[in-house]
Design a protein around this ligand. Structure first.
Ligand SMILES: [Zn+2]
Length: 157
């Protein structure tokens, strides 16, 4: 079922930071080669803010920023792991590090390459920006488009 939603959960290495998020069991992840993702070997899923919940450890999170200062690269002060962060591509949502998902809830993972080293072009052509839109809003937009298409189809030629 394409729209089936389940709850995934995860944590940093020491367990001080714990989180969960709602998403399909079949996840899409992004393997980025921008300056920081290349060093972190960062592969992440984009989650709308409304589908993400920090369960514990907010006080353990530190934040690193650079360049445009848009992204908030969060990491655990105890163990140094970044289980999730606010990505520059989707500052209205979260990027969850796929290796920090610890629940046995992931049925499949499609990993897409994104050339963050050529940031503007890569983000524009990837479609990644739309992935952090609230689900209700995205569904309404899709329904609106279908409704408009149906109305156009029903209109006399
Ligand atoms: Zn930790």
């Amino acid at each position: 079922m394409q729209n089936e939603m389940i709850t995934h959960s995860g944590q940093c290495h020491c367990g001080a930071v714990r989180f969960e998020f709602d998403a399909a069991p079949d996840l899409v992840a992004w393997d980025c080669d921008c300056s920081i993702c290349a060093m972190k070997r960062n592969t992440h899923c984009i989650v709308p803010e409304g589908d993400f919940r920090l369960l514990q450890g907010e006080e353990e999170l530190s934040c690193y920023q650079f360049n445009t200062m848009t992204a908030k690269h969060l990491f655990c002060k105890r163990c140094g792991i970044c289980p999730f962060y606010r990505p520059r591509s989707n500052p209205d949502g979260y990027a969850v590090t796929i290796y920090c998902i610890t629940s046995p809830t992931v049925r499949s993972m499609e990993v897409k390459k994104i050339a963050g080293s050529n940031w503007e072009a890569a983000v524009a052509e990837s479609g990644i920006r739309g992935l952090s839109k609230p689900r209700q809003q995205a569904a309404a937009a899709a329904a609106g488009a279908e409704g408009a298409a149906a109305a156009a189809g029903a209109a006399p030629a």
